[in-house]
Design a protein around this ligand. Structure first.
Ligand SMILES: [Fe+2]
Length: 386
């Protein structure tokens, strides 16, 4: 046969330049719209480098806080009667702040930094005031704290004043302490570099585990090891996000409920051969929730866990949720980017904030932090008021 005028140029088979289609489909199926920039498992933890250090990085400063995935399964979380300690607080904050060396707002509408107060040593009245102060400021960075240096059980006992600890369905935990949620990147980890092969940004606005029936309220995260620059956490004021909307729009949101799902997070954990400690759950929460101590109303949807507005058709739900997600993400004027330091505890009220980690350092420095996660009331809403 005569050669064709148009020669077929052999091309590299598709599978040699990208994963097979089935692999991509399986990944998409396990993730759906779920986006997680800090997925971890036993496979992503380099225990050798963590315990002994690597050529470039020292050993972990808090090896007893290294994450382990124990494959122990837990029963469903039980409903409980939550008690809001912020309601008992003296709004003058005498017991919390009278001895403080410095109290400064981070921005005009969200965030504060406190120096000279040791939160683990607060009196009962001081703890009540912390709950209210954090509810008002939304996020507070307490510097030079001893929480990381206490026995882990003592740190948990401190946090459990605010409610029973949540046990995360998929995260690693220090040996013997499943109630401690860890965020950990080993030394020499290449996740950030790898992550941006497939994504343009690492921003994942969410409120923690909003798929639970009684998600966390006053929440504590403390740094154990971190990069010299990078790894900040960005917080948004969801009460202010609600206030920015017109009264007519606010009124439309009242009464709407949305489904929040933990199934994608569990599927994602399974796909990376991690553990799922508990049957994943979904729960329905109001789109506008009311804070029990301040009475503030706040938007309560997030792209990581909210899936569908009940009673709306899919396109209606998708469009309204997209507007709200864009609103939350674009309002840099109601956000604070909080910098971590050694011995910092960042405390936020998970009911009236959203947050996102920032995966921006790529030099292999370890990042290791621990979260104490007291659960709070089932989200509720109060009537619209003009
Ligand atoms: Fe989070």
């Amino acid at each position: 046969m005569a050669p064709s005028l148009v020669e077929t140029i052999p091309v590299r088979p598709v599978e040699s330049i990208e994963p097979p289609t089935e692999q991509i489909a399986a990944k998409d199926k396990s993730q759906g719209t779920y986006k997680e920039a800090f997925a971890q498992s036993a496979h992503t933890t380099n225990y050798e480098a963590e315990l002994k250090g690597s050529a470039k990085h020292p050993p972990a400063a808090y090896p007893h806080y290294l994450p382990y995935w124990d494959n122990v399964t837990y029963p469903p979380l039980e409903p409980f009667e939550a008690y809001e300690h912020g309601k008992d607080a003296d709004p003058a904050f005498v017991n919390l702040l009278s001895g403080a060396a410095d109290v400064a707002d981070l921005t005009a509408n969200i965030g504060a930094e406190v120096k000279g107060v040791q939160i683990s040593k607060l009196s009962k009245a001081g703890k009540d005031e912390l709950a209210l102060f954090v509810a008002q400021k939304k996020v507070v960075a307490f510097r030079d704290q001893d929480l990381a240096d206490l026995p882990i059980q003592e740190a948990l006992d401190f946090a459990e004043y605010y409610g029973p600890s949540h046990i995360h369905q998929a995260s690693g935990a220090p040996k013997g302490f499943p109630k401690v949620h860890l965020v950990h990147r080993s030394a020499d980890d290449t996740t950030a570099r790898d992550y941006f092969q497939d994504r343009t940004n690492s921003i994942t606005w969410h409120t923690d585990v909003s798929f639970e029936m009684q998600p966390p309220g006053t929440t504590f995260l403390y740094l154990l090891d971190g990069p010299t620059a990078g790894g900040d956490t960005l917080f948004g004021n969801m009460a202010e996000a609600y206030n920015r909307l017109s009264p007519a729009f606010q009124q439309r949101l009242h009464g709407l409920k949305a489904l929040h799902s933990g199934h994608e997070q569990a599927a994602n954990a399974q796909a990376r051969h991690s553990i799922v400690r508990r049957e994943p759950v979904s729960n329905v929460h109001p789109i506008v929730r009311t804070h029990p101590a301040t009475g503030e109303k706040a938007l309560y949807v997030n792209p990581q866990f909210t899936r569908r507005i009940l009673g709306f058709k899919k396109e209606e739900s998708d469009n309204l949720l997209k507007f709200l997600y864009d609103h939350i993400a674009l309002c840099a004027d109601l956000q604070a980017r909080v910098k971590w330091e050694k011995r910092t505890v960042i405390c936020w009220d998970n009911r009236v904030t959203a947050h996102t980690a920032i995966l921006d350092w790529q030099d292999g420095q370890r990042r290791h932090s621990a979260r104490l996660t007291p659960q709070a009331e089932r989200p509720f809403e109060t009537a619209f008021q003009e």
